[in-house]
Design a protein around this ligand. Structure first.
Ligand code: PMP
Ligand code: GLU
Length: 388
């Protein structure tokens, strides 16, 4: 047979998805695995959101919707950005709704870059950024942020990696996997570098509603940034809607226009009744999502205290998202080895830090969007493992 795609052959499958799937398979085969691998809320989608989907289906909203998104959800997204950040976007031309934010990162990268354009990706980074840059033919430039500075972005680091070919800064706050939230100083460094070097900024704000300390900064709403920033967000995390596959982007209309063409020629659109539910989610008061945030915060506080109390385990409290980025100096500094020992000797599945880039080495990622009882059992198993 003739050889298949060299490009796809060279790209790894998503580690977060692969490990979550493996944990599910081991569980199904009867092993008592505690999965801290995937970032999937243990909460069900709030009832007012599922009701909106049922109502849409019953009303016959089961046909092809407009490719770039139903008007109601695009309006709800524009209203949210105006309400929360004073950012004005035209719902008809500056908003794109897609089946998941993941597809949007791919589509926006495709819209922004030509072969050879460099995309700066800060380590530790979410596992899919680098492969997606490669898939669209861009050149990912991964920039290791040191664990010793709690992965802080500085003007010096930016200047050291920006070249004539740099086109995009890909920023993620709150960060998956570190839980870091951008400080005003980091946001200002990004803003100044973007303007000075005429760069686009992709701001992945998926965990915007899950912040425990600090305040979310919407980069597009900073001075001089609206024309160069594409905000990427979605319903998966804040509204516990991972399975619905619903994400959105807002930004300059020329960029959205190109990404929308890719959408119309590939996946067509998000699902019609999913968008009806997504609009309801954005338009209603946030009590249900605030209750989930408080629950994650309580889990974070309990887990960080419990893990740090175990000799040989270290964990800084994350400021946002729902991951712990944990070190096991008492076990190993090799994250693959730590993850293997946890799986083989403690029946705990987690993601090795090196999957998030070199500067994630020495860490493993635990998702705390996991039932409290499982988190407690995991701590017990780690305590036993570390004392053995
Ligand atoms: N960005 C980040 C940082 C993520 O962790 C995820 C994972 N869900 C996504 C984007 C994509 O989310 P989804 O495709 O479920 O909307
Ligand atoms: N984003 C989540 C994670 O990092 C879900 C899986 C994925 O899309 O990668 O675990």
């Amino acid at each position: 047979m003739k050889p298949l795609s060299t490009l796809l052959g060279s790209i790894p499958p998503s580690a977060t998805i692969a490990i979550s799937d493996k944990a599910k398979a081991l569980k199904a085969a009867g092993r008592d695995i505690i999965s801290l691998a995937g970032g999937d809320p243990d909460f069900d989608t709030p009832a007012y959101i599922t009701q909106a989907a049922f109502a849409a289906i019953q009303a016959g909203d089961t046909h092809y919707p407009p490719s770039s998104g139903a008007p109601a959800i695009r309006k709800a997204i524009a209203a949210k950005l105006a309400r929360e950040y004073g950012l004005t976007v035209d719902p008809a031309t500056q908003v794109l709704v897609s089946p998941g934010a993941k597809f949007l990162i791919y589509a926006i990268l495709a819209a922004l870059t030509n072969p050879g354009d460099e995309v700066i990706i800060f380590e530790p980074y979410w596992v899919s950024y680098e492969p997606m840059a490669l898939l669209v033919g861009a050149t990912p430039v991964t920039v290791p942020l040191p664990a010793a500075t709690r992965f802080t972005i500085t003007p010096e680091i930016l200047e050291a990696h920006i070249t004539d070919r740099t086109k995009v800064l890909l920023v993620n706050s709150p960060n998956n996997p570190t839980g870091r939230v951008l400080t005003p100083a980091e946001a200002e460094a990004i803003r100044q570098a973007a303007i000075a070097h005429d760069l686009y900024v992709m701001s992945d704000e998926m965990y915007e509603k899950l912040i425990f300390e600090g305040e979310h900064i919407n980069l597009a709403s900073l001075p001089g940034m609206a024309e160069r920033t594409i905000t990427i967000n979605g319903h998966s995390k804040a509204y516990a809607m991972t399975g619905w596959r619903l994400g959105w982007a807002a930004g300059p209309k020329e960029v959205i226009h190109l990404a929308a063409k890719l959408q119309s020629q590939s996946v067509t659109s998000a699902a019609s009744f999913t968008m009806a539910a997504g609009a309801a989610a954005l338009n209603e008061p946030e009590d249900a999502i605030e209750a989930m945030r408080l629950s994650y915060k309580a889990r974070r506080d309990a887990m960080v205290a419990a893990l740090n109390a175990i000799p040989g385990v270290e964990c800084d409290p994350p400021e946002g998202a729902f991951y712990l980025f944990v070190r096991f100096p008492g076990l190993s500094t090799d994250s693959m080895q730590i993850a293997n020992i946890l799986l083989e000797q403690a029946d705990i599945a987690c993601t090795p830090g090196v999957e998030f880039g070199r500067s994630g080495e020495g860490h493993v990622r635990f998702s705390i969007a996991t039932a409290q009882s499982d988190l407690e059992r995991a701590v017990e198993r780690i305590r036993k493992l570390m004392s053995a």
